[in-house]
Design a protein around this ligand. Sequence first.
Ligand code: HAM
Length: 427
Amino acid sequence: MTNSDRNKAKKLSTEPYKGVRDFFPEDMAIQKRIFGVWRNICEKYGYEEYGASVLEPAELYRAKTGEEIVNEQTYTFTDRGSREVTLRPEMTPTVARMVTAKRRELGLPLRWYSIPNLFRYEQPQRGRVREHWQLNVDLFGIDSIEADIEIISLAHQIMKNFGAKDEDFSIKIGDRRWLDWLAVELGDFTKTEENKKKLFRLLDTKDKDPEKYMRGLKEIDTNLTPEIVSGKGIDWEAIDKKLNLKLKQIIKRLENLSITNARIDLTTVVRGFDYYTGVVFEIFDTNPENKRSLFGGGRYDDLTSLFGGDRIPAVGFGMGDVTIRNFLETHKLLPDIKNPTEIHICTLEEKFIPNAQELAVRLRAKGINVSTNLTDRKVGDQIAWADKRGIPKIICIGDEEAKTGRFRVKDLKSGDETVTAESEFVL
Ligand code: HAM
């Protein structure tokens, strides 16, 4: 093997691992903007941030997370101490574990939020990746629809703060109890608990993957058709009364809060997880180019009993960074990305670099974000470099500036120049 062959063989790919993303500074700036809105609104509503490790014992997900996620989508491995470990595919089991562990000290109700990165071994496609960040907002300890209303209105407020109008997205609200009832009605078809769960998960794919939906129905029972599942001929009003669902009341109350885009939609909103017990909701983009589910959540009143604790009613949602970013791009709601550096100090000759560095320290002490030239490039090239990065202003340091402490500040966009003494300089 020649040296060049050896070099070629050694070269590693610069691509990230399949389905995960690198965040170059422009991407990071968008991510920061998204997280900023999330944090701001959660805290406006009185929610406190929490966190946890990405590693969890694999058994945490076996009991209640959907079968598809556990069997096909988790990253699970055995550690050096023979424990089965999973990279968290969602945050809800973790938060339920944490709340149960300290419920007495914490005191209910609890309003919590978190922005974890989650791992799912999915087929990468638009809106679906193998590592995403997900805002989780959960309210523990309130049984009534007041909690459902608060959670849905918080989700709505996040969308508003991103700049979305009510007509840009819709909030579809359903109820798991209705689906449970439907499953009983369809009992002749579903027969087993397993088939019932399968049907729910299938409903979740109804719009996303119609072919998979049709195939799945046939697998449960060859006579099961979409018409039967959609409840053709069933008196929904009567069932609503019988089950004492409060969906109409929720919609009315949301309207009183000026939320005009919430609708009851019983068979579209299913949610993939087995732990939901009541109201479930999903937010959809209304733009024909991006007509997909953006995020969702619901009520899960029994999850904490997994840990042997008392039942703690809970409701919350998960909002992913990928679907939201796609939404913001589709609707042109991303603001221009700004470089956080406010001033770049150029040097007329290399020997002025120490002067530039000393000036930078003093300007930073005034609260200004400053970078300095460290190269021997011509000043024109230094300015072009700053401009390319979107740094709005520059200062040039040469003999005179070093001696007098006065310098010229140039605005790269307008071309305006002002001369000031350092002691009087403000941005
Ligand atoms: P989920 O529907 O599985 O719910 O995920 C919530 C959101 O996370 C999705 O609607 C989507 O925005 C984003 N998401 C999920 N998987 C991916 C993926 N592979 N790639 C990109 N984005 C993704 C839950 O996880 C529930 N634990 C949410 C919850 C919190 N329910 C109550 N509290």
